[in-house]
Ligand binder design. Structure first.
Ligand code: C2E
Ligand code: CA
Ligand code: CA
Ligand code: CA
Length: 274
């Protein structure tokens, strides 16, 4: 309509330059932040619903910028992907996460998010193998979380890399399941050990249609022998429904918020004594 046309027009006015300048400043700051060690990892616990035990954690990146404050990954990962910095940054996260979990009790698993640019960069399998070797972590305790954007392009090269890593025992999780265009297609084509149901579905679990979809995905996981993890579990009602539906694992504020390695370590040691 007419107002839409006006918006499009505005989009190409000087405001655009300001946005682009801002983006460029962000990118330059990000490069410097890596050498200044301004990045941190928080860890969010993952519950095995059946046993009631914490069985793993997901590493979530944070940027503690002196000028910007604590920056959410949603605001800096896209810029890091744009400049290619994500390759180094992701490599740092992988090594750090492996080192952390190698010092936790029992056979806790660690999940690390991986961007498409990392896998496409060529040396990804080598980086993973190095992180495992350096930390002494057994491959089957590392889980790589990938989204459909990873699988979308150059899927043959991606497929080879993921298959190679899986051959070593590394687990592959399909993140944000249900939000893309062809989740089911990727499930058939890629070697996957786990599905993580996107939190938008869990948020709407009180809707009959959404509950039916979630139960169906849980059933699908059971048929395929794939672990199903529900993301964004915030209430006892949601957890109860997921338990009844036979969901394997839960992650979300109800189980635990992302927290520092030392806090997670304390939680796990106290659980180990139970
Ligand atoms: P994600 O992989 O889907 O991670 C889950 C996000 O949901 C995290 O946001 C987490 O803090 C948040 N979350 C967990 N439980 C709940 C809950 O009960 N309710 C709500 N509302 N939110 C919950 P976060 O830490 O802001 O990370 C956002 C995204 O940034 C991640 O989404 C992931 O796509 C990306 N990301 C984070 N760390 C990394 C990383 O090291 N590498 C890459 N490539 N991406 C990362
Ligand atoms: Ca994730
Ligand atoms: Ca997710
Ligand atoms: Ca997400």
């Amino acid at each position: 309509g007419k107002s839409e046309g006006r918006n499009v027009y505005r989009f190409f006015e000087p405001g655009m330059d300001a946005l682009m300048r801002e983006r460029r400043v962000l990118e330059v700051d990000l490069e410097a932040a890596l050498s200044k060690r301004e990045f941190e990892l928080d860890f969010q616990p993952i519950l095995d619903i059946g046993s009631g035990k914490i069985v793993g954690a997901e590493a979530l990146m944070r940027w503690r910028s002196p000028s910007r404050g604590l920056v959410s990954p949603e605001n800096f990962i896209p810029a890091a992907e744009e400049t290619g910095l994500i390759v180094q940054l992701g490599d740092w996260a992988l090594r750090k996460a492996c080192n952390v979990v190698a010092n936790w009790p029992r056979d806790m698993r660690m999940a690390v998010n991986v961007s498409a640019a990392q896998i496409k960069s060529g040396g990804f399998a080598r980086s993973v193998i190095a992180a495992l070797a350096f930390s002494g972590l057994p491959a089957n305790r590392l889980e790589l979380e990938i989204t459909e954007t990873v699988m979308m392009d150059e899927s043959d090269a991606v497929l080879r890399t993921l298959s190679q890593l899986r051959g070593l025992g590394v687990r592959i999780a399909l993140d944000d399941f249900g939000t893309g265009y062809s989740s089911l297609g990727y499930l058939r084509r890629f070697p996957v050990d786990k599905i993580k149901i996107d939190r938008s579905f869990i948020r709407d679990l009180d809707r009959r249609d959404t509950a039916a979809i979630v139960r169906t995905v849980i059933g699908l996981g059971a048929e395929l022998g794939i672990t199903v993890t529900a993301e964004g579990v915030e209430t006892e009602a949601q957890l109860g429904m997921l338990r009844k539906a036979g969901c394997g694992e839960a992650q979300g504020y109800l189980i635990g918020v992302p927290s520092k390695a030392s806090d997670m370590s304390r939680l796990l040691h106290s659980q180990a004594l139970q």
